[in-house]
Design a protein around this ligand. Structure first.
Ligand code: NAD
Length: 487
């Protein structure tokens, strides 16, 4: 008798798909392992195109009912999902940490409350959504946000439930139905979300979860004629494949992709603050799309910056992410660690110097690394490593700093440390990035647009921008009674 559940720290997780309000097992499975110690967590249903099709069919069948559900009722259900997340917050936190290796204390205090907040925020935003009617020669223009249809939502492993809820909440609020495909390295919390949503009263088929490899079921979702929106967070090569697969049906896509963001440290900055911002980039073992992995420091303070940085980074504690004292946990997978190590080895072979780190600790942990003596066109400066690896370059003048900062194909975020407000304004105006922080990092408000320029993404989500993406906007022009105007 095949087993369809696994248990993590006493929490039972169903390992099957969730399609049309029912659990469905695949004929084959894949193995889910914990990055903390390599322990096998269990066998997960390995989706096939047939199951992806079934999930889209369920989403299509449920669409008319959910689209016609009054906004107030949709908002009520989303609030109930948020309540369900809050109720299971500790369970979600430990399951997520076990599955992806990020810090338990972050999941408890920051990430899971944010997941609940995503549902509440988009529920409330839905109720406020509207555009003032306007008049054209006596004709009334009325703008509506009509639901678009079934949406395919595809997410990565570095912040699984956080990124899933960031897409699921606005898609459902907008009146759409959803097929969610979580990353194969972190399948568990999506399954728990399905349980929570069902318990909250979300009708069957409105949210479907299909597990499996993107390479095996991705195409079936993204080329499906009934899928009306694709929201994807992940890597640039996968985005290219999805764009090609979505092209025949011109399915609208929203892409949130990788980055190689700069941290600009000017000589007039509060140096301790700048160092703290720099060390923060090792969070989640460097597996953060927004991470400012390229530190650019003005020449006169570079030596002192490196000294203080080395001191502070040296106090970071690396270890089990379930331990509250830990600052840096494991990387997601030994295969990913190999990739990180490859980047560093090639950089060092090309002349880079590891001021700290530069090596793996074992098959799961990589030492926090700072590389100097790197050229702007070096691979380590141009390509996303997605590990605890930072580079440091120096500059003389503001214009040079901006040139270096903008000198990659990415444009997700940038951080500026300066004590001069006029400089801050000048520099931020010139930076190519979806988000710029001045003397801070990772302050994110759900009302703000979020996304990347250049290869870091296509489109913006967040606030009303999410509704713009997930809806078909319609303008209705109504003539006043008795009006005969064909002009
Ligand atoms: P990835 O592109 O390998 O995988 C992401 C998801 O896409 C997974 O669910 C995967 O199964 C799926 N997928 C793979 N091939 C597919 C295909 N052909 N069709 C459809 N889906 C497919 O990325 P990853 O390694 O999981 O994530 C890391 C990347 O995500 C990094 O580049 C990181 O910067 C980026 N990221 C971006 C943001 C952002 O908001 N901009 C946030 C987090 C992560």
């Amino acid at each position: 008798m095949p087993q369809h559940t696994l248990t993590v720290a006493g929490v039972t997780v169903d390992t099957r798909h969730w399609i049309g309000g029912e659990r469905l097992a695949s004929a084959t499975t894949f193995t889910d392992i914990s990055p903390i110690d390599g322990a096998v967590l269990g066998e997960i249903s390995r989706g096939t195109p047939a199951e992806a099709d079934a999930a889209v069919a369920a989403a299509r069948a449920a669409f008319p009912g959910w689209a016609a559900t009054p906004r107030t009722e949709r908002a009520r259900v989303l609030h109930a999902i948020a309540d369900g997340v809050d109720k299971r917050l500790d369970e979600l936190a430990i399951v997520e940490t076990t599955d992806n290796g990020a810090l338990l204390r972050s999941h408890r205090r920051g990430v899971m409350p944010r997941v609940a907040h995503n549902f509440r925020f988009f529920a409330d935003r839905l109720l406020a959504l509207g555009h003032e009617d306007f008049d054209t020669r006596g004709h009334r223009n009325h703008v509506r946000w009509d639901p678009a249809g079934p949406c395919a939502l595809i997410t990565p492993w570095n912040a699984p439930l956080m990124l899933e809820s960031w897409k699921v909440a606005p898609a459902l609020a907008a009146g759409n139905t959803v097929v969610l495909k979580p990353a194969e390295w972190t399948p568990l919390t999506a399954s728990l979300l399905a349980d929570i949503a069902a318990r909250a009263g979300l009708p069957a088929g409105v949210l479907n979860v299909v597990q499996g490899y993107g390479s095996e079921i991705g195409d079936a979702l993204t080329s499906h004629p009934d899928v009306r929106r694709i929201s994807f967070t992940g890597s640039v090569p996968t985005a290219r494949r999805i764009a090609a697969s979505a092209a025949p049906h011109l399915t609208p896509t929203s892409f949130e992709l990788g980055g190689k963001s700069p941290l600009l440290v000017f000589a007039d900055a509060d140096l301790d603050l700048a160092v703290a911002l720099a060390v923060e980039q090792y969070d989640n073992a460097g597996q953060v799309c927004l991470a400012a992995t390229r530190i650019l420091v003005q020449e006169p303070v570079a030596g002192e910056f490196v000294r203080r940085f080395t001191d502070r980074a040296g106090r970071l504690r690396q270890g089990d992410p379930r331990d509250d004292a830990t600052d840096i946990g494991p990387n997601i997978h030994p295969a990913h660690l190999d990739k990180i190590d490859g980047f560093v080895r090639r950089a060092v072979a090309a002349g880079a110097r590891a001021v700290i780190g530069g090596h793996r600790i074992d098959s799961r942990y990589y030492a926090p690394t700072l590389l100097t003596d790197v050229d702007q066109d070096a691979e380590i400066v141009q390509e996303e490593v997605f590990g605890p690896v930072l580079t440091l370059q120096t500059f003389q003048e503001e214009a040079e700093a901006v040139r270096l900062a903008n000198g990659t194909r990415f444009g997700l975020a940038a951080t500026v440390a300066t004590g001069d407000p006029a400089r801050a304004e000048r520099v931020t105006a010139q930076l190519v990035a979806g988000t710029v922080w001045v003397n801070c990092f990772f302050v994110r408000d759900l009302r703000a647009p979020f996304g990347g320029a250049r290869s870091s993404g296509v489109g913006r989500e967040g606030g009303d921008w999410s509704f713009d993406f997930f809806c078909d906007l319609k303008n209705t022009v109504t003539a006043p009674k008795g009006w005969q105007d064909h002009g």
